[in-house]
Design a protein around this ligand. Structure first.
Ligand code: NAD
Length: 260
């Protein structure tokens, strides 16, 4: 990357998004953080990131289920940094339930946050990226964008949808220097995963330890959780000139899960 780039990372107050923010800050980018949480804790994260890199770091609390707030996030980023070069639609929630009991309002909310927000963010920055003939769109998807697990119908459907969206945007950006890829992690031990352990235990009638060993890592042949640092390093690489010909890819980082 030649000049300083500016990235919006949604859901970057925690977990994978925060890991990507740390990696982007270390690589010298400006960052617009987003996500929920305690205001003082978020300010401590923002200040720590600004300290750690050469770029500036700002925060916007847009709710990814609300298109008008996503538009406000993009406008605030332009007002603060001048332009948007990289977007990482990463914010996501999980809902674990047998399909017959799946609350319809939770299905709708999951789609808004996990899939529709990626569309809104992309549509709002795409013309700008094409005009400058450089852009990077990195959708945080999941191994569940490639394969399924029971009791996660909304999540698996939304993540498969995000892979299709990634391929389409890759084709629309291909001649304009704008790449679009999907990172598909296996299990990363973040708050999102920790929160679903009790529900999975209940849905399957097993203990929480059994969920970790026999359900989560059972799918991952390496028997290790993926780390947020590993995802952050891949995201930085996808922003580099070396990755200019990688587009429309769904890249598994899953310890061999989807090789099976
Ligand atoms: P996390 O719960 O640690 O973090 C989620 C982030 O999204 C938080 O910052 C939260 O505040 C934010 N968020 C939630 N709802 C939001 C909303 N409506 N508007 C704005 N921000 C919102 O989760 P994570 O594990 O870091 O997951 C991040 C992404 O990675 C998700 O898309 C998830 O599906 C995906 N993923 C996670 C794993 C894993 O094992 N943890 C594996 C594959 C994919």
């Amino acid at each position: 990357m030649s000049e300083r780039k500016t990235a919006i990372i949604t859901g970057s107050t925690s977990g994978i998004g925060l890991g990507i923010a740390e990696a982007f800050a270390a690589s010298g980018m400006n960052i617009m953080l987003n996500g929920f949480g305690d205001a003082a804790e978020i300010e401590a994260i923002r200040a720590g990131l600004a300290e750690s890199g050469d770029g500036d770091v700002a925060y916007h609390g847009a709710d990814m289920s609300k298109p008008e707030e996503i538009a406000d996030l993009v406008e605030a980023t332009r007002a603060t940094f001048g332009q948007v070069d990289v977007i990482v639609p990463n914010a996501g929630i999980q809902v674990v339930s047998p399909v017959e009991d799946f609350p319809p309002e939770k299905w709708d909310l999951l789609f808004k946050i996990n899939l529709f927000s990626a569309f809104h963010l992309t549509r709002l920055v795409f013309a700008e990226m094409k005009a400058r003939r450089w852009g990077r769109i990195i959708n945080l998807v999941s191994a569940h964008g490639l394969v399924a697990s029971p009791f996660k119908s909304a999540y698996v459907a939304a993540k498969h949808g995000q892979v299709g969206f990634t391929k389409t945007i890759a084709l629309e950006g291909a001649e304009f220097g704008v790449t679009c890829n999907a990172i598909c992690p296996g299990y990363v031990l973040t708050p999102l995963v920790e929160k679903q352990i009790p529900d999975t235990a209940q849905a399957r009638g097993i203990t929480e330890e059994q969920v970790k060993r026999d359900v989560l890592l059972a799918a991952q042949p390496t028997k290790n959780f993926v780390t947020v640092e590993q995802i952050g390093a891949l995201a930085v690489f996808l922003c580099s000139d070396a990755a200019a010909q990688i587009t429309g890819a769904a890249l598994p980082v899953d310890g061999g899960w989807t090789a099976q």
